[in-house]
Ligand binder design. Sequence first.
Ligand SMILES: Nc1ncnc2c1ncn2[C@@H]1O[C@H](COP(=O)(O)OP(=O)(O)OP(=O)(O)O)[C@@H](O)[C@H]1O
Ligand SMILES: [Mg+2]
Length: 243
Amino acid sequence: MTESSSAHGGTAVIGDRAGAPMVRVENLRRSYGTGAAAVHALRGVSFEIPRGELVALKGRSGSGKTTLLNLVGGLDSPDEGRITVDGIDLSGLGENGLLELRRDRIGFIFQSFGLIPILSAAENVGVPLRLRKADPREREERVQLMLALVGLADHAAQRPGELSGGQQQRVAIARALANRPALLIADEPTGQLDAETGLSVMELLRAVVRSEGVTALVATHDAQLLDLADRVLELRDGEIVEH
Ligand SMILES: Nc1ncnc2c1ncn2[C@@H]1O[C@H](COP(=O)(O)OP(=O)(O)OP(=O)(O)O)[C@@H](O)[C@H]1O
Ligand SMILES: [Mg+2]
């Protein structure tokens, strides 16, 4: 194994980052509970996501989508198997390493938006930049740019409760992109939106994956998003179904 330091403060990097796929998952297993009560949520999952692709993850409720996203995003650890994100082997990272990975390289988008109610749209978008201790002027510029990107430049001062569901999810997308992540992970981002609003959020995701050069893994039941994806992965009872 060859290791070298990355620009992000000494995280171990394996091989040639630029040439490697953005995500590589090998024989991933994750169970909850033990013995007869154990739930085998993932039962040997392997796939790769090339850089710059928007990959949709489908599968019925309970098939393991959220479990898989949590593992790829470094929010949870597998029982077995290997995950590399942006050339970084997650099994080699401790809690702090995983925290840095999530902060610096991954943007998360959730079904329930996950915005902070007492902060304005602009302040919410700025949160990841504050965590990274970005220079305040750089932060302000980036926040304005991201709000403009998602079509909310005129709504910067509004709090989440003063925005529509679709607008809130746009703020969440702007926040997820604020730190220029390599990978966007979204768990049913249109699950709480009506069909029309959901489609516009999906189209926005599709557009930002192209314009920001980011890679995205999006769990969805939404047939419209499946059409917009470069590739569709399907989970069935914890296993990938080949298409
Ligand atoms: N923390 C947990 N403890 C015990 N079992 C869990 C836990 N989280 C998930 N599971 C189980 O693991 C399986 C996969 O769940 P997961 O949440 O990954 O499915 P999903 O595909 O995201 O479903 P949905 O479409 O409903 O969100 C399910 O059987 C679920 O009950
Ligand atoms: Mg889920």
